[in-house]
Design a protein around this ligand. Structure first.
Ligand code: FES
Length: 161
């Protein structure tokens, strides 16, 4: 995720920022949504936000560095976001959170000792119709079942070589 964002992720960031276009005073919320989707706020996303929201880069940078809940670097190579918003919760996300925690050996907000996986439980990822949802490095997994967890982990372990 540290490298250049792919087109899909750029489109995703733009989509997230869309509701805040032309509105003032919601920069923090907009950037938070970006972080929820990507696990952190990459420099490139800040540049996109600057253009899309017509806010100077200096202001964006001062916001993300002022509030310590913003992460500027990817905490692990593979960012696993497990949604525990209302819709996902009802559809069984707590069991998924537990399965990821167990299989990765970390809690939400932690990175595996090999630096590969970062796990984050988040609130609504904005696609409740697909609940329960897991997003890994920007790729969305829909109606995830407990038995999918090992497959998702194996898929990304293999992808990272
Ligand atoms: S509650 Fe999970 S995507 Fe909305």
């Amino acid at each position: 995720m540290a490298e250049k964002m792919d087109e899909e992720t750029v489109a995703k960031v733009k989509g997230i920022l869309l509701p805040w276009k032309g509105k003032r005073g919601n920069l923090i919320m907009a950037l938070l949504r970006v972080q929820e989707a990507l696990g952190y706020v990459p420099w490139e996303a800040m540049e996109i936000a600057s253009v899309e929201l017509n806010v100077p880069m200096a202001r964006i940078y001062s916001v993300v560095t002022f509030y310590n809940y913003f992460k500027l670097k990817t905490p692990g190579k593979v960012v696993v976001m497990v949604c525990d918003g209302t819709a996902c919760h009802i559809q069984g996300s707590p069991a998924l959170v537990e399965a990821f925690e167990k299989q990765l050996g970390v809690k939400s907000g932690e990175t595996t000792s090999d630096g590969l996986f970062y796990l984050q439980v988040v609130r609504c990822l904005g696609c409740c119709g697909l609940a329960p949802v897991v997003v890994v490095n920007g790729k969305t997994y829909r109606t995830v079942a407990g038995e999918d967890v090992a497959k998702i982990i194996a898929e990304w372990r293999a992808a990272m070589g």
